[in-house]
Design a protein around this ligand. Structure first.
Ligand code: GLN
Length: 282
């Protein structure tokens, strides 16, 4: 198809890393079809309206905007999530948190958590993924009300896996200090402040800084999460959090200094980077 070839070429000239793929994904979005259908069904020229919409998408992509924001869609753990610039785009490595939770619950004799908190939920990716195999009441917490609007859209889509409660608060501030959760998961902001200007442009210019900024040492939120979580975790409850690969030692020692956890474990993501630390509440 002419428009497709032209776009792939234009993306390439503009330094887009996956030009053909992006051209296809955006065109299939315009046409409302699966990507494969571009080759099996669509030989006819685009209508004026389709052409105009595709042109807008192309401009946005060339400006560096990530494809997921342009099409308002990102797949995570086989869930089709709505995303826009109010939330971080769920990353493949964050699925490791879900895998670790699944694995550890299984090792614990198929433990069945009844209450779950996703702290810093963003789009709701973690809570919604875990809700596919855990039958719990889920609390999705974010300090950003705009992010919660996006999470609420996704919770509505997958309401059959609920109930989901959305709470606008800093970490555990909305809960009474009591052991109320069987499972706490988080992908907190953990990027060192000084690293943020060095992130790839697609991240730096489009994704919400609040969701990335972990303060001077990158550990500000992680530190508060790990020290506060024991108050809210039932004995035998699990905390699992994403981290940056270079934070392993600091995070491990945060878990160990509280004396509230046991079996603290590190797991790697699919690219082999240390990515998830998890531990049971004593
Ligand atoms: N992994 C994210 C990135 O690459 C950071 C996510 C986070 O801070 N939780 O930018």
């Amino acid at each position: 198809m002419k428009a497709l070839n032209w776009t792939a070429n234009y993306f390439k000239e503009n330094g887009i890393p996956t030009p053909r793929l992006d051209a296809e994904v955006l065109l299939s979005e315009v046409l409302g079809v699966e990507r494969i259908a571009l080759y099996t069904h669509f030989d006819q020229p685009l209508t004026e309206e389709e052409r105009a919409r595709y042109r807008t998408f192309i401009k946005r992509r060339v400006s560096g905007e990530p494809v997921s924001y342009i099409r308002n869609k990102k797949e995570f753990w086989s869930r089709n999530l709505y995303v826009d610039r109010r939330v971080l785009i769920p990353r493949p490595e964050t699925e490791t948190v879900v895998e670790v939770v699944k694995k550890r619950l299984k090792e614990e004799g198929d433990a069945t958590p009844r209450t779950l908190a996703d702290i810093g939920c963003g789009s709701g990716a973690l809570a919604l993924a875990i809700a596919t195999f855990v039958n719990a009441t889920s609390f999705l917490v974010d300090s950003d009300i705009e992010a919660l609007v996006v999470a609420s859209m996704n919770c509505r889509t997958y309401a059959q896996d609920g109930p989901f409660f959305l709470i606008c608060a800093d970490l555990f501030a909305a809960f009474r200090p009591a052991p109320i959760f069987d499972l706490i998961v988080s992908n907190p902001p953990y990027v060192r402040k000084e690293e943020i200007p060095k992130l790839p442009a697609g991240i730096r210019n489009f994704e919400p800084v609040k969701a990335l900024d972990g303060g001077e040492n990158g550990l500000e939120t992680l530190q508060r999460l790990i020290s506060q979580a024991p108050t809210y975790l039932r004995p035998g409850g699990l905390l699992a959090t994403e981290i940056a690969p270079d934070q392993v030692e600091s995070v491990m020692s945060l878990f160990q200094t509280t004396n509230d956890y046991h079996d603290t474990r590190l797991d790697r993501d699919l690219t082999g980077h240390p990515r998830v630390v998890s531990a049971w509440r004593n």
